[in-house]
Write a protein that binds this ligand. Structure first.
Ligand code: ATP
Ligand code: MG
Length: 395
């Protein structure tokens, strides 16, 4: 009987470089996160853990595909392969290669790459033998030409002591570290394109996120808020165990004060208010930092000098994962991770920008132009935070 690929090989990278204690904690978390991801998507698969790799055992092809997709959305996973699992004998491996060659693309060249673990007493063949014998059966089956230097398709064989795997694909995962290994960060989420990508980057490195949207009152809009919420919904797909409710902070009256009382540094004061809001929420939820989607020079408020001036408003670290990224690159990533939205709403902040913005302010200049009670007023906003879960708006 022919068996399709029923096992998923899940590889992880950087975790493997850690000391044994850190490594085993991270591996446990990765396994738990994979379980949650599979459960959230109703994918049936049993999880096995081998040295430096996780195996997902599925019982039908649909589950295998879905398990590969789930693994490739799990932070910490470097790649995943749908594989045939067979006895570690040359005959069984060759049979699996023939089965895998059934969908060999017309005219595609190929190579067989084999590795063998376990003693030569156990396996009376070397990895080289497997490559030669495997190459012959695939050639006989497909009539395709071998190209060892740059094959169109590679047939991989991994022969281990108890089991061998045959596969042709290594689908990339996000890499990074398991979600939950790097504490919690507040993300200032605007409803724009950049901040969800920044949030995803933090998640990728293991950080749980607490999204915060600052409602700018008449200078913002319900559409920004709706978009912030819908991106939170997209991010939640990558963190099925986390509560990604959006905290909405009503800053309209504060923005009106800034509009009335502050000139060329107004936008910077608004940024400072946002960072202070982030800091206050961070205190509340036990987060270690505030994250923004800012990128060096993207806007006048994001010049190197102005970023320094805004940072002075908070004692927490401000993380900017997109600092060195170009917009086109950020847009591509937003599409890839599913947070891109075709709508082209003008972002609220634009309406706050003065016509001649300061591009290189000092912290002292910005602070001097601000109302004295600005940050005290930020504290009072926090009693009126609205917490909305993405699900509530989906129904
Ligand atoms: P984004 O950068 O998210 O695409 P944007 O480009 O419209 O939005 P910017 O003016 O670049 O907004 O804002 C810089 C950063 O400030 C954003 O990346 C986000 O982290 C934060 N931010 C801006 N507006 C808001 C808001 N209304 N609520 C929460 N955070 C905000
Ligand atoms: Mg931006």
């Amino acid at each position: 009987m022919e068996h399709g690929p029923g096992t998923v090989l899940v590889r992880y990278g950087e975790i493997g470089t850690k000391s044994s204690k850190v490594r085993s904690d991270m591996e446990r978390l990765l396994r738990e996160n994979l379980e949650s991801m599979l459960a959230a998507r109703d994918v049936e698969a049993a999880i096995d853990h081998e040295w430096s790799r996780i195996l997902l055992r599925t019982d039908d092809a649909d589950n295998t595909d879905a398990a590969v997709a789930a693994a490739c959305d799990t932070f910490g996973v470097v790649s995943a392969s749908p594989a045939r699992s067979v006895d570690p004998t040359s005959e069984a491996i060759c049979e699996a290669l023939v089965a895998a060659a059934a969908d060999h693309p017309d005219g595609a060249t190929f190579g067989v790459r084999a590795s063998r673990a376990g003693s030569s007493e156990r396996h009376p063949f070397s990895s080289r033998d497997l490559e030669i014998d495997g190459g012959s059966v695939v050639e006989a089956e497909t009539g395709a030409t071998v190209d060892l230097d740059d094959p169109d398709r590679t047939y991989y064989v991994e022969c281990r002591a108890e089991e061998a795997f045959v596969f042709t694909e290594k689908r990339p995962g996000p890499g990074g570290l398991p979600l939950g290994t790097q504490g919690r960060a507040v993300v200032l989420l605007s409803g724009g394109l950049d901040s969800p990508v920044a949030a995803w980057e933090m998640m990728k490195r293991g950080c749980r996120i607490v999204p915060v949207y600052v409602d700018l009152g008449p200078y913002g809009g319900v559409d920004h808020q709706a978009r912030a919420l819908s991106t939170v919904g997209e991010l939640a797909r990558y963190a099925p165990d986390d509560d990604l409710s959006l905290r909405i902070v009503p800053a309209g009256p504060l923005v009106e004060t800034l509009m009335a009382e502050v000139g060329s540094t107004r936008m910077l004061s608004l940024r400072r208010v946002m960072l202070r809001i982030g800091e206050a929420v961070a205190r509340d939820v036990g987060a270690h930092s505030v994250v923004t989607g800012e990128s060096l020079g993207q806007k006048s408020s994001q010049t190197g000098g102005n970023l320094a001036a805004t940072d002075a408003a908070t004692s927490l670290p401000v993380h900017r994962p997109l600092l060195t990224r170009d917009k086109t690159d950020i847009v591509d990533q937003a599409r890839a991770i599913g947070t891109f939205d075709d709508s082209t709403i003008t972002v609220g902040c634009e309406q706050v920008a003065p016509s001649h913005p300061e591009t290189n302010a000092t912290p002292a200049e910005v602070a001097a132009a601000e109302p004295d009670d600005l940050f005290d007023r930020v504290e009072t906003l926090l009693d009126r935070v609205e917490v909305v879960t993405p699900e509530e708006t989906r129904s």
